[in-house]
Design a protein around this ligand. Structure first.
Ligand code: ATP
Ligand code: MG
Length: 172
């Protein structure tokens, strides 16, 4: 479906207002009003629910979660950024594994989770030829980016093959 992204993100973030309030985290929608994309709305909902819930969960009190959008001729991107605990280099490469949880989130953050969210997100993103990557700095925050090909019927350019790139800066 064609989705008006700003409204869509507003609606989705609304579902996290109480969780965010509890943790004193501010939710910011920076998607431009004119952005519209073609994607299965249920799929995008599941992707964003996982990324936004993580961004709130692994944040700090007084922190922020920001959703941004960009696009070029071939791809569109959504960014979910947080000002939270960040992810250690050694954990970054394993984030998308089932049941994997970084030490920091268990010991410092003390929040519960099954470790399945990102594995599901990766599968969903892969299933439609997208890419997910993460940039993170421990103690500063993380940005998860999902990138999807723009399916233009008049174009014969093959979609970029799905892959995961992971980068992280570590303070250690
Ligand atoms: P759930 O299945 O409930 O989502 P979870 O949040 O622990 O559990 P994932 O969403 O798969 O599982 O995330 C895996 C791990 O990656 C988390 O346990 C946490 O250690 C780390 N992580 C994910 N998102 C962030 C983030 N925004 N900031 C810091 N660490 C994160
Ligand atoms: Mg999660």
């Amino acid at each position: 479906q064609l989705i008006e992204l700003k409204k869509f993100v507003d609606n989705l973030l609304r579902g996290y207002t109480s969780m965010a309030k509890l943790r004193e985290v501010t939710l910011v929608n920076q998607v431009p009003a004119e952005a519209s994309v073609t994607i299965d709305s249920k799929l995008l909902t599941r992707i964003l629910q996982n990324l936004v819930s993580n961004a709130v969960k692994y944040n700090r009190s007084g922190g922020q979660v920001t959703v941004k959008y960009s696009a070029n001729d071939s791809f569109w991107q959504l960014y979910v950024s947080d000002t939270g605990i960040g992810i250690a280099q050694k954990d970054v490469s394993r984030l998308f594994e089932r049941f994997y949880r970084a030490d920091d989130s268990r010991t410092k953050q003390k929040v519960s989770g099954t470790g399945l969210g990102l594995a599901i997100v990766k599968e969903l993103v892969d299933s439609i030829g997208g890419v997910i990557h993460v940039k993170s700095q421990r103690g500063v925050g993380s940005t998860f980016t999902v990138e999807f090909p723009i399916n233009d019927a008049s174009s014969t350019t093959p979609a970029k093959t799905a892959s995961t790139s992971q980068t992280s800066k570590d303070n250690n």
